[in-house]
Design a protein around this ligand. Sequence first.
Ligand code: AHG
Ligand code: MN
Ligand code: MN
Length: 349
Amino acid sequence: MAPSPEFIELSNNNITDKSLDRDCTTLSRHVLQQFESFSPQAQDLSALMSRIALAGKLVARRLSHAGLMEGVLGFTGDVNVQGESVQKMDIYANDVFISVFKQSGLVCRLASEEMEKPYYIPENCPIGRYTLLYDPIDGSSNTDTNLSLGSIFAIRQQEGDDLDGEAKDLLTDGRKQIAAGYILYGPSTMLVYTIGKGVHSFTLDPSLGEFILTEENIQIPAHGSVYSVNEGNFWQWDESIREYIRYVHRTEGYTARYSGAMVSDIHRILVQGGVFLYPGILPKPEGKLRLLYESAPLAFVIEQAGGRATTGLVDILDIVPKKLHQRTPLIIGSKKDVAKVESFIQNGH
Ligand code: AHG
Ligand code: MN
Ligand code: MN
């Protein structure tokens, strides 16, 4: 007996079910789709992103149990190369990325905010000539109060042999990054990445253990109402930044949002528009944020989404660092809002 028209329609609906298609768009498949090929580079990048996703899942799992386990919260008592107190989660997350990339055959070196020198994985080097740069936990002061945190990452291709172990080839501009993104540990865990072909977000489905596509080709609004800055530093800023803040105070339509973790602040701005600032302060004119592990990866993401990132004088992606742990002032977000801050810095209004 021939199937009824209703039956045929039902079956077709099932086959083309959009939600099923979306459920199958995992991160590694998405990276391959972006390349439109199975070239060696496409496969490498897909494998690299899968490993980063695994690191994110391990960190997210530990954070979700933090209040139930011994030894997760609190400080280690040590101070890192940045002169900052180290949280136990900083060390755990730093080690997670190392473990995940050991024996992966993908990454020859890892350079992190938490390590004075890069970590070398010599057995990977003959095959995997990539370097992972990362901030294992961004916003770590939020850890003990169960607030949003992040991880930031960038991938670069190793140039030269690095025989002296100084990783000098990493002292190049941010346009050399081949991939970058962040993981946001919020009410859900999200991964946002770019390989220079737009910006895409994924949400971790805990029941599948997979990051599933949430939004493709995210475009940051040209302007937004949010300004995100630690106003506690007001009297330590340059007068031009103080003037900009006075301008937003007296202009209708601005609202302040600052979480203590730039990954969440910048994610809000990516979706809703606005500007995040961490300017220099009197005792530290270069500011707080690290170029290679924080500012440059986030600048790559935001530029790919149609936004901008600058020190106020030069684009973040054009800065050539002199040392691995170099800091930069950072103004990042919607084009028009970044331009406004820039105009205060360059012209005083
Ligand atoms: P990290 O936890 O990696 O040191 O980064 C924290 C950064 C950034 O995420 C955040 O916006 C900023 O530092 C907070 O610093 P203040 O407390 O000085 O505002
Ligand atoms: Mn950070
Ligand atoms: Mn950090």
